[in-house]
Design a protein. Structure first.
Length: 201
């Protein structure tokens, strides 16, 4: 459902580590928000430190080509969504070479309907475009596939055993060609009302 841009949307912007520090407080909030967004049950509180450490490693893995982007609001502790860009072996094996892959595209429930998902998606795409990649992949479940189709993605038909594993898990592998002639936006961009009117979901 589309909504009109709100006043506090003008303060929203995309940031990324290391310029934006993922402090322990922010990390715990992200961990809780992640489970809320996916409707997952929380582990016992005594187990949180280990779970949070694993979650942090997954978000900020230091392999070459991995970058996380966070959409924050007023007072940068308010994270509204995020996406992770990485190089991934999408066929489940080691060949062919890893491909540009977007994962963990999440907008927290209270901030949905404002175009943030599309804005984060394009930020991830522009990251790969700036690196000279001509296509990008991601996975999604069947319910959200039509939204990705409107963003220019098409469902792949895997022919490898590893590729079929995506469908066995209830996920659809999506691919989009990137136009390298488009100029990527700045690394950190203020999200204003004019931007939102063009990318509302």
């Amino acid at each position: 459902m589309k909504t009109e841009p709100q006043k506090d949307d003008a303060a929203a912007r995309i940031v990324s580590p290391p310029e934006w520090e993922l402090t322990p407080r922010r990390m715990e909030d992200l961990f809780l928000d992640f489970h809320l967004a996916l409707c997952r049950p929380l582990p016992d509180e005594c187990e949180w430190p280990d779970w949070i450490a694993a979650f942090r490693s997954d978000l900020l893995e230091t392999d070459e080509g991995v970058q996380a982007f966070f959409l924050v609001g007023r007072g940068e502790d308010e994270v509204r969504g995020w996406v992770r860009a990485e190089m991934k072996h999408i066929d489940g094996g080691w060949r062919p070479p890893p491909a540009p892959f977007l994962s963990n595209l999440i907008v927290l429930p209270k901030w949905r309907g404002r175009g943030y998902g599309g804005f984060l998606l394009r930020r991830g795409e522009n990251y790969f475009r700036s690196r000279g990649n001509k296509e990008v992949y991601l996975t999604c479940d069947v319910g959200i596939a039509p939204w990705y189709a409107r963003q220019g993605y098409e469902t792949c038909t895997p022919t490898t055993e590893g590729g079929h594993a995506w469908m066995e898990a209830g996920l659809y592998l999506q691919r989009k060609s990137l136009d390298l002639r488009k100029r990527p936006p700045p690394r950190v961009k203020v999200l204003r009302g004019d931007d939102l009117s063009a990318c509302l979901l």
